[in-house]
Design a protein around this ligand. Structure first.
Ligand code: NAI
Length: 334
C-alpha cells in the first residue's frame, strides 16, 4: 500500500524505516504539512500519515477522498486537527496512536517544572558566559507545596504520581474523576475554580475540545495563586495567550512552561533561526525570563517513537490485509 507521509522529520523516517524494514508499505515522505494546498501530493496513495499540525479540515478531506485516500493515520494521540464528521461522511477511516508513552510526556512536564523552578535554563546560559553568580536563581522546595492537575487521564495521573513522590499535596479536576485512583494516591478532586487558587503549580493534561478551548483565560488566571507556576504539555489552545501575557506582565504568575503553543503551525518543529518568527505574541512570551518554551517535544523519546511507528505501520498493514485496526486506535465522530 502507498502511504503519503507528511511533516516528516529525520527522527520520523529513522523509526518508520526500521519498523517498515521489509518495505511492506511504500511510504512517500514529505517534509511539508498536509492541508488543502498540498493534498494533491497524496494522489495514488490509499493512506496519509499525519501529525499534530497537519490541517485535515473539510476541504482537505474532500480532496483526499477524491484522490482515493481511505485512511488517515495520525502519529499522535490528539485528533483536534481532523474534521471527524467530514471524515466519517466521506468514509475515510481515522486511526491514531492513543498512548505511545504517557511517561514521555509526564516526564517532560516534570523536566519543565524543575527547569522553571530552579532556573536551570538561565543557570545554563550564565555558566557558559563564565557568570557564576546565583542572583535571581532562587527557587522553591516542591516538598509540601500543592500541585493542581487538570485532567487525570494517562498523562495527568503519571504527572500527579511523580509530583506526589516529591511530597507535594495533589489536587485534581476532571469531569470524569477516577475515585479509586484518587483514594489510592490520596488525591482530592475539586472543581477548577477551587483548584486554581490553592495550587502552587498548575499542570494541564486535558485534550483540546470545545469545552477546554481557552480553559485558562483572564478569569482563570485571576483565580490562580500569585506566584504560581503554570505548565502546559497538552495543547496550546487550552490557554488564551493574550491573557497569559497580561498575567505575566502584571507578575501574577511566578513562571510559565509551555511545550505547546496556541498557533504552532509553521513555527514549531521548524528551524527559523535564520528568519526569526512573525508571531509577536510568541516572541513576547519567549522574552520573559520566567517563561520556558519547548517545541512540542513531550513525546520525543525512543520508546514513544518506536511505539508510534509500530502502531501506525501495524494499522496500515492490517487495513491492507482487510483486517480490523488495533483495538482502541479508531477515532470516530461523536
Ligand atoms: P487522556 O484521554 O488519557 O486523558 C485526558 C483527561 O482529560 C481525561 O481524563 C478527561 O476526562 C479529562 N478532561 C476532559 N475535559 C476536561 C476538562 N474540561 N477539565 C479537566 N479534565 C478534562 O489523554 P492523555 O493521554 O492523558 O493526554 C492528554 C493530552 O496530552 C492529549 O489530549 C494531548 O493533547 C496531549 N499530548 C501532548 C503531547 C506532547 O508531546 N506534548 C503528546 C501526547 C499527548
Amino acid at each position: 500500500m502507498k502511504v503519503a507521509f507528511y511533516d516528516a522529520k529525520p527522527y520520523d523516517r529513522e523509526f518508520f524505516e526500521e519498523q517498515n524494514s521489509n518495505n511492506s508499505l511504500e511510504i512517500n515522505y514529505h517534509s511539508f504539512r498536509l492541508s488543502i494546498k498540498t493534498a494533491s501530493t497524496s494522489r495514488g496513495c490509499e493512506a496519509v500519515c499525519v501529525f499534530v499540525n497537519d490541517a485535515l479540515d473539510l476541504s482537505c478531506l474532500e480532496e483526499l477522498a477524491k484522490l482515493g485516500v481511505k485512511v488517515v493515520a495520525l502519529r499522535c494521540a490528539g485528533f483536534n486537527n481532523v474534521d471527524l464528521t467530514a471524515a466519517s461522511s466521506l468514509k475515510i477511516h481515522v486511526v491514531r496512536v492513543p498512548a505511545y508513552s504517557p511517561h514521555a510526556v509526564a516526564e517532560h512536564a516534570i523536566a519543565l517544572v524543575h527547569s522553571l523552578n530552579r532556573r536551570i535554563h538561565r543557570a545554563y546560559n550564565r555558566v557558559r558566559e563564565h557568570n557564576f553568580s546565583l542572583n535571581g536563581l532562587v527557587g522553591h522546595d516542591m516538598h509540601g507545596k500543592t500541585a493542581g492537575i487538570v485532567g487525570t487521564g494517562r498523562i495527568g495521573k503519571l504527572t500527579a504520581q511523580i509530583l506526589k513522590g516529591y511530597g507535594m499535596r495533589i489536587i485534581a479536576c476532571d469531569p470524569y474523576p477516577d475515585a479509586h485512583w484518587a483514594d489510592q494516591n490520596e488525591i482530592d478532586y475539586l472543581p477548577l475554580e477551587d483548584l486554581l487558587p490553592q495550587s502552587h503549580l498548575v499542570s494541564l493534561h486535558t485534550p483540546l475540545t470545545p469545552d477546554t478551548h481557552h480553559l485558562i483565560d483572564d478569569e482563570a488566571l485571576d483565580l490562580m495563586m500569585t506566584g504560581a507556576y503554570l505548565v502546559n504539555t497538552s495543547r496550546g489552545k487550552l490557554i488564551n495567550t493574550r491573557a497569559l501575557i497580561g498575567a505575566l506582565k502584571r507578575k501574577k504568575l511566578g513562571g510559565v512552561a509551555l511545550d505547546v503553543y496556541e498557533i504552532e503551525e509553521g513555527i514549531f518543529f521548524e528551524d527559523l533561526s535564520q528568519d526569526g518568527i512573525n508571531d509577536d505574541e510568541l516572541a513576547r512570551l519567549i522574552s520573559f525570563p520566567n517563561v520556558l518554551v519547548t517545541s512540542h517535544q513531550g513525546f520525543l523519546t525512543v520508546e514513544a517513537l518506536s511505539e508510534i511507528s509500530r502502531v501506525t505501520c501495524t494499522n496500515l498493514t492490517r487495513f491492507e490485509n482487510g483486517e480490523p485496526f488495533l483495538e482502541g486506535t479508531v477515532v470516530t465522530a461523536d
